[in-house]
Ligand binder design. Structure first.
Ligand SMILES: *Cc1c(COP(=O)(O)O)cnc(C)c1O
Length: 231
């Protein structure tokens, strides 16, 4: 199947899950995660109507943004991977969104490095919702303090929360961490933060995420196929 056909299939999965909970499918943004796939695949997805793309690795993402410079004004680029302090400047300059904020130090540097000539960088706080020791993300009970501090930074615009839950098999089990994220987001809003983005759900659990209120799903494998190399 082509990338265009895969994209259509993913859009239909989102639409069906949204319909099941009486949500408008347009309230769920599809972020196509193109990490490890070449610029030509991003172009094929673009030609099939996809406009929002996510990358995990700074060098690879920057190279792809450069290779697709002719499409730059039509594409929104999201950085979704772990951020090291020595790569902050290019991310602040080149990307439109960062989903993986889990330390104030990194957020402050992104804010300081965001060029004055561009809009504020959209960011999400990454939450370690499954409590795995190896995963990045702030602990759920520390999210509020970090969110308030990030919201005050002039170069950033805090949009919401992101999580990568531990993979589990059944729909019911998949819904548990997503529901926890929705509750956390609701609590932060009740606390005065103006948030509109819940970035949860990947290829294997997008239905569970949409059922629980995801406003953005990050889909790689189901669009571009299995990844054949790792960094
Ligand atoms: C790779 C990745 C995805 C996409 O995962 P798939 O299972 O291939 O859909 C989503 N979010 C993050 C943060 C990723 O690193």
């Amino acid at each position: 199947m082509s990338i265009a056909q895969h994209l259509e299939e993913v859009r239909q999965r989102i639409a069906k899950a949204a319909h099941d909970v009486s949500r408008d499918a347009s309230s769920v943004m599809l972020l196509a995660v193109s990490k490890t796939f070449p610029a030509e695949d991003v172009r094929a997805a673009f030609d099939a109507g996809q406009r929002v793309f996510g990358e995990n690795y700074v060098q690879e993402g920057i190279a792809k943004i450069a290779a697709l410079a002719d499409l730059r004004s039509g594409i929104e680029w999201h950085f979704i991977g772990p951020l090291q302090s020595n790569k902050i400047k290019v991310v602040a300059e080149q990307f439109d969104w960062v989903h993986s904020i889990d330390r104030l130090k990194i957020a402050k540097r992104l804010s300081a490095q965001r060029p004055d000539s561009t809009l504020a960088l959209n960011v999400c706080i990454q939450v370690n919702v499954s409590g795995e020791a190896s995963k990045s993300g702030v602990e759920p009970d520390e999210a509020a303090a970090l969110a308030h501090a990030v919201a005050a930074l002039p170069g950033l615009r805090l949009r919401g929360l992101m999580a990568i839950p531990e993979p589990v098999e059944t729909l019911d089990d998949q819904r548990v961490p997503h529901a926890r994220m929705r509750e956390l987001m609701d609590a932060l809003r009740a606390d005065g933060l103006d948030l509109d983005t819940l970035s949860i759900g990947m290829s294997a659990d997008l239905e569970a995420a949409v059922l629980e209120g995801a406003t953005m799903v990050r889909i790689g494998t189901a669009i571009f196929g299995a990844r054949t190399y790792t960094h």
